[in-house]
Design a protein around this ligand. Structure first.
Ligand code: C5P
Length: 246
């Protein structure tokens, strides 16, 4: 029996990171931000000076990518390229603009999928991204598909960026959100899709606190169900009988 896995997938700006972090902290699980891994790999390719628009060059550069992540229970995940802590350096517009070159390459996706599954083998996890419930962890205990209208997502990002002092317009951000939705949804492998067994959560009119709380409740009941199933199975193995009333 593997570890407990909760996946949260959805478009950019749906509030996944904040909510996944809050839920993970409350559940005492580690939190994995897979978008940060795609960002770090993109930065590695940029630093290697390869032609990003040539998939074979992106694939070849994986051999020298010393990507490492440090997970915590209550804070943002840290990402390293070799000894360099790139946690903040991967948040630039330039990296964001280039990610799709890397995220479209099958070898790059396989490379990160392997690392993500290795991390899950080491313990329970709340993992967030685009393909976590569909491709990477199809057997996850709880799958959430989180979304909000493009306008709400653009408004949130606009507020966030102007508070940080960035000079952008709401229209620019809305265009960027729509462009990334298109790129993420039209990707052949690992594209953004709702897993058949994922629960949909519309975060448009909810605070991150409210959404995290619903996930915590759902997770507790799912994981308790799973524990009961394991108990039943253990009992069957010991006694050869089922404890459920007939
Ligand atoms: O979540 P974040 O916005 O940081 O993700 C950046 C980009 O990385 C996404 O727009 C998507 O292109 C890519 N990504 C992906 N698969 C994931 C996570 C992110 O392709 N599991």
């Amino acid at each position: 029996m593997g570890n407990n896995i909760i996946t949260i997938d959805g478009p950019s700006g749906a509030g996944k990171s904040t909510i996944a972090r809050l839920a993970a902290a409350r559940l005492g699980l580690r939190y994995l931000d897979t978008g940060a891994m795609y960002r770090a790999l993109t930065l590695h390719c940029m630093r290697a000076g390869i032609h990003l628009d040539k998939p074979a060059e992106v694939a070849k550069s994986l051999a020298t990518a010393q990507l490492r992540v440090e997970l915590t229970h209550d804070g943002p995940m840290k990402v390293f390229l070799g000894a360099d802590d790139v946690t903040q350096k991967i948040r630039t517009q330039e990296v964001t603009r280039n990610i799709h070159y890397v995220a479209d390459v099958r070898e790059a996706r396989d490379f990160l999928t392997r690392i993500q599954r290795d991390i899950a083998r080491q313990g329970d996890l709340v993992t967030e991204g685009r393909d976590q419930g569909t491709v990477v962890f199809p057997d996850a205990d709880l799958k959430i598909y989180m979304f909000a209208t493009p306008e709400v997502r653009a408004r949130r990002r606009f507020t966030e960026m102007t508070e940080r002092g960035a000079s952008v317009t709401y229209e620019e951000i809305l265009e960027d959100v729509s462009r990334r939705d298109y790129l993420d949804m039209s990707r052949e492998i690992g594209g953004l899709r709702k897993a058949m067994d994922a629960l949909e959560l519309d975060t448009s009119n909810l605070t991150p606190e409210q959404v995290a709380e619903s996930i915590v409740k759902l997770a507790k009941s799912r994981l308790a169900m799973r524990t009961r199933k394991i108990d039943q199975e253990a009992l069957r193995q010991i006694t050869g009988r089922d404890a459920r009333p007939k």
